[in-house]
Design a protein around this ligand. Structure first.
Ligand SMILES: Cc1cc2nc3c(=O)[nH]c(=O)nc-3n(C[C@H](O)[C@H](O)[C@H](O)COP(=O)(O)O)c2cc1C
Length: 192
């Protein structure tokens, strides 16, 4: 339909932990998306080697890196849901971004990106979001400004047994962000 063109969005979870709260938030996204937006998980970055230019120069980009980058290129938008580690971006996620940043046809260039964080702590990972934004500036992504999503006290907002995000207030905030993200994507696509 003209008003809701299909939007294929991928989500990247910055935590590799099986019981990850951020993964619970990421898994909730498809059910909170506006009409026409599908959200599927990006290929994993768990097996990326630690970035080393010698690997790139001697063996080329690992297949897992190109698969991850291809999925980003193919998507209309990317949502990154990640914990805060030591007030900043977790090393595994930063490493993944470092790898794709070296690719020709760098996949984040002019790509709409929304970011979210979740933490059991009182600030919800908010201190990390600005470091992530800074990295996305270098990558030339079009990062959604508002509304911001940082889910504090996340343990009290999920069902630990089922792994579902149950808190209605949080779910509503995320719905609002996804609606704003759909508008940003539409604006970017109109200008192409
Ligand atoms: C190395 C490390 C550093 C952390 N630093 C922070 C921090 O700066 N701020 C914060 O709110 N939580 C911090 N935490 C706690 C994480 O928010 C918590 O472990 C959270 O559950 C991780 O996200 P996940 O559940 O999606 O794996 C840290 C955890 C680890 C393992």
């Amino acid at each position: 339909m003209a008003e809701n063109p299909p939007l294929d969005v991928i989500s990247i979870c910055g935590s590799l932990r099986k019981g990850s709260y951020n993964a619970m938030v990421a898994r909730a996204l498809p059910g909170l998306a506006p009409a026409g937006m599908t959200i599927t998980p990006a290929p994993s970055f768990a097996d990326f080697p630690i970035y080393n230019a010698d690997i790139q120069n001697e063996r080329g980009f690992p297949a897992a890196v190109t698969a991850f980058a291809d999925a980003i290129r193919a998507a209309d938008g990317v949502i990154i849901v990640t914990p805060e580690y030591n007030f900043s971006v977790p090393g595994g996620l930063k490493n993944a971004l470092d790898w794709v940043s070296r690719l020709p046809n760098q996949p984040f260039a002019e790509k709409p990106v929304a970011i979210q964080s979740a933490s059991p702590g009182p600030v919800g990972g908010a201190r990390m979001l600005y470091d992530l934004r800074k990295i996305l500036v270098f990558l030339d992504a079009f990062t959604l400004n508002k509304p911001e999503i940082f889910v504090n006290s996340v343990a009290s907002r999920v069902n630990e047994k089922t792994g579902e995000l149950t808190d209605e207030t949080t779910r509503d905030f995320i719905r609002q962000q996804l609606a704003a993200f759909a508008k940003l994507i539409a604006r970017v696509e109109r200008k192409k």
